[in-house]
Write a protein that binds this ligand. Structure first.
Ligand code: SF4
Ligand code: ZN
Length: 283
């Protein structure tokens, strides 16, 4: 018999995923943490007939990436699946720690790399969708930041599901209405192994401040859900108002994936990092 926590999570995953058009092959981004480990488990539990490919990106962060990969592997094995690992150092010749030397605000670069690589991998695997484990508070923080910083374009672009666009695979966030506290309960209840250590190079003070603000503003889960609905409505209104213009996407002249500039930010940054490392290693 399933517990209350399992039931809530299953219901919320189901409600969200039922809004997506039909799909069969899903890539689940597995970091080794509690959120993605729980998502993999909850998704398989809810949709046992879908094809799931767990993918882990090893970012080469010393003392952290080794452990993350190890936990991701355990989570995949526990679900009876084989983990696919993409190792940045091996495949691209540099790590996120190398990138940090050139880009001290490394999280935005790292986030962009992860999005690009997951899309490329999913595209090559012929997947229909990429599922990530962003939860309720992740969304509230992002949306609140956009509103307070007048980042209306960012808010207008906000979606819990992004349909496929050319070579950009569809993206779904089945945990968007699940609070973090429930995910923690679920992970312990289901005995999901996860790495609780935080990334040692991430500078997310700003995010943490917003996170604390969300906790002060919404003491109860129902309040968080209400704020989420209000902000989602606001994002939809902005999208439909025509007040913000969406950038036109064209194929990147280097890799061919759709981007808002002639050369995509991944290719441009990768070129810079490789040139920087080349200079660095020159005699
Ligand atoms: Fe990358 Fe920042 Fe996350 Fe670390 S905290 S994995 S650097 S996005
Ligand atoms: Zn490119």
């Amino acid at each position: 018999m399933s517990s209350r926590v399992e039931e809530i999570i299953r219901r919320r995953v189901l409600t969200e995923v039922e809004k997506y058009p039909f799909f069969q092959r899903a890539v689940v981004a597995l970091s080794g943490g509690k959120d993605s480990g729980s998502l993999l488990h909850a998704f398989i539990d809810t949709y046992p007939n879908k094809e799931v490919i767990p993918v882990h990106l090893n970012l080469g962060i010393k003392g952290f990436s080794e452990a993350s990969e190890c936990f991701a592997k355990m989570q995949a094995e526990r679900a009876g699946l084989r983990l696919m690992v993409f190792n940045l150092k091996r495949e691209l010749g540099f790590t996120i720690m190398d990138a940090e030397r050139l880009y001290p605000k490394v999280c935005s670069v790292c986030g962009g790399f992860k999005r690009y690589l997951l899309n490329k991998i999913a595209f090559e695997l012929g997947a229909d969708i990429i599922l990530t484990a962003h939860h309720l508070e992740d969304f509230l923080v992002r949306m609140l930041k956009s509103v307070l910083n007048a980042g209306f374009e960012e808010l207008a672009r906000f979606k819990t599901y992004l349909p496929r666009n050319g070579n950009l695979i569809a993206k779904g966030r089945p945990f968007c209405r699940v609070p973090e506290s429930l995910i923690v309960e679920y992970a312990f209840l289901k005995g999901i192994p996860f790495l609780s250590e935080k990334c040692p190079i991430g500078r997310k003070e700003n995010v943490e401040r917003f996170r604390r603000t969300v906790e002060i503003l919404a003491r109860r889960q129902s309040q968080k859900l209400l704020y989420f609905s209000s902000l989602t409505k606001l994002a939809e209104m902005l999208q439909n108002s025509g007040a913000v213009t969406m950038p036109e996407l064209t194929p990147c002249s280097s890799c061919g994936f759709l981007a808002s500039s002639e050369i995509c930010s991944f290719c441009a940054r990768m070129k810079k990092i490789r040139a920087f490392l080349g200079r660095d290693q020159a005699p």
